[in-house]
Ligand binder design. Structure first.
Ligand code: SF4
Length: 375
C-alpha cells in the first residue's frame, strides 16, 4: 500500500510529479535453495530460511492492482529468490497478455533458455541471478548449487533476450587455490561479449551466514566488526560486535598468490571498461542454408570473420542452447552427416581453441550468440 507516499507526492505538487516510479513488491520470503543448501557467505533470512510464497495468481492480481492504482509499470521484486513457479504462471501470463512491464527479480542462475525467454517476454528487464563466480571449485565452496557452465548459459541467453544481469565475482573463499584464479583468467577473454560483473572483491563475512555461525568448520577466524562501524557508532557506548552485520576476518589457510588475485581483478576491470567505452565486444553467428559464419569481435581492435561448414557448423548449432556431451552431439548429428568420434574430436578441439565452444566436464556449449532473433 503506497497511498501515504502518493498522498505526499500530491501535497508536494508539480515538482514531485512526472517521475517514472518503481514500486517495490514482495511475492515471497525465505529461500527455497537456502533451506537445503545455505550458501556459505549468505546472511539473508536471519529469522527464517523457510520459503513462503504467494500464489502466482495472487501476485498477478496484486501487481495489476498496484499498477492500476498508482499508474506504474515498473516493479522491483524484493524476494531473495523468486518462486520458480512464477516463471510460467506469472511472467508467462504477463507475456501472453503482451504487457509492457519493467520488472527486476532475483533468481537462481541455473535457468534454461526457455525460462529466460519467458521472463523477458513477461517484462523482466533486469535480474540478479547470484552468479558469484566462474570457477567450479569456488561455486562448490559457496554451496551455490550452480556451475560456471550454467552461469555462462544464463549470461548468453540474457544477452540474447535483452535482460540486464546484475552480478559480481566474489573472491577470497576458504579452499581457493591459484588454479581457481588461473582458470578464470583463462576463461574471461572468451566471455568479453557477455555482460561483465558489476564488481569483484573479497566476500563480506555476514552475520547469520554459515561462515559466521560455524567459522571453525571453514577455517575462518572472525577478527572484529567491519571497519566502517567505528566511523558510524561511538565504540565507547556501543558494542560494535553486537550491532555489526559484516565482520573482518582471516582464513587459516589461503594459499592464493596476491599477484594472481590482482591480475584477476584487473582482468575483470578491463572487461567492464570494454563495455563502458561503447565499442562493445561481440561474438555472434549467422546461419546460411549450408554453413555458419562466426563474427568474433571480442577483441574489438581485431575483429574476425570465419566460415564453418559441415559437421563444425552443425556442432555450433547443436551446442547453441545448452551444454551437450559428445554422445548428444553425435546423436543429434547422426542423420545429417558422418559423425564418428575420430571426425568429431578435432572439430571440437578447433572450436575450443577459437573460443567458440566452452567445455566443462565433457559438455560443450556454443559461446557465440545467434544473430537470428526468432529463437
Ligand atoms: S545467496 Fe541467495 S540462494 Fe544462496 S542462501 Fe542466500 S538467498 Fe538463498
Amino acid at each position: 500500500d503506497y497511498d501515504d507516499y502518493y498522498q505526499l507526492l500530491t501535497e508536494l505538487g508539480g515538482k514531485a510529479q512526472g517521475l517514472d516510479r518503481i514500486l517495490l513488491y514482495e511475492g515471497s520470503r525465505g529461500c527455497w535453495w537456502g533451506e537445503k543448501h545455505h550458501c556459505t557467505f549468505c546472511g539473508l533470512n536471519a529469522q527464517s530460511m523457510k520459503f513462503r510464497a504467494k500464489k502466482p495468481a495472487q501476485v498477478l492480481a496484486e501487481i495489476a492492482e498496484l499498477s492500476q492504482r498508482y499508474d506504474a509499470v515498473r516493479f522491483r521484486l524484493v524476494d531473495n529468490i523468486i518462486d520458480m513457479g512464477y516463471i510460467d504462471n506469472l511472467f508467462g501470463k504477463l507475456a501472453e497478455d503482451h504487457c509492457d512491464l519493467d520488472v527486476f527479480i532475483e533468481t537462481k542462475s541455473n535457468l534454461q533458455k526457455r525460462q529466460i525467454k519467458t521472463l523477458a517476454a513477461g517484462g523482466v528487464k533486469c535480474m540478479q541471478p547470484g552468479l558469484e563466480s566462474l570457477s567450479l571449485n569456488q561455486l562448490r565452496a559457496m554451496d551455490k548449487g550452480a556451475t560456471p557452465m550454467q552461469n555462462i548459459v544464463c549470461l548468453k541467453w540474457s544477452l540474447y533476450y535483452h535482460v540486464m544481469v546484475s552480478w559480481n565475482i566474489l573472491l577470497g573463499f576458504p579452499g581457493e587455490t591459484n588454479e581457481d584464479y588461473h582458470r578464470q583468467l583463462e576463461l574471461i577473454p572468451s566471455l568479453f561479449h557477455l555482460q561483465p560483473p558489476e564488481a569483484t572483491g573479497k566476500f563480506w563475512l555476514q552475520r547469520f551466514s554459515p561462515y559466521f555461525t560455524r567459522p571453525h568448520e571453514y577455517g575462518v577466524r572472525i577478527t572484529g566488526p567491519g571497519m566502517a562501524y567505528e566511523y558510524i557508532y561511538d565504540a565507547r557506548q556501543v558494542d560494535l560486535k553486537k550491532v555489526a552485520y559484516d565482520f573482518e576476518h582471516e582464513l587459516d589457510d589461503w594459499p592464493v598468490d596476491p599477484y594472481l588475485y590482482q591480475e584477476l581483478v584487473a582482468a575483470i576491470e578491463g572487461w567492464q571498461r570494454m563495455h563502458r567505452l561503447g565499442d562493445t565486444p561481440f561474438l555472434y553467428y549467422s546461419k546460411a542454408p549450408n554453413y555458419i559464419t562466426i563474427y568474433d569481435g571480442r577483441n574489438p581492435k581485431e575483429p574476425t570473420r570465419r566460415r564453418y561448414e559441415g559437421l563444425a557448423a552443425l556442432v555450433i548449432e547443436i551446442c547453441n542452447e545448452s551444454g551437450k556431451s559428445v554422445e548428444q552431439i553425435r546423436t543429434a548429428a547422426t542423420d545429417k552427416t558422418e559423425c564418428s568420434e575420430t571426425i568429431l574430436k578435432p572439430i571440437l578441439n578447433d572450436l575450443m581453441a577459437s573460443r567458440i565452444l566452452y567445455e566443462e566436464r565433457g559438455k560443450y556449449f556454443t559461446l557465440a550468440v545467434p544473430e537470428n532473433s526468432h529463437l
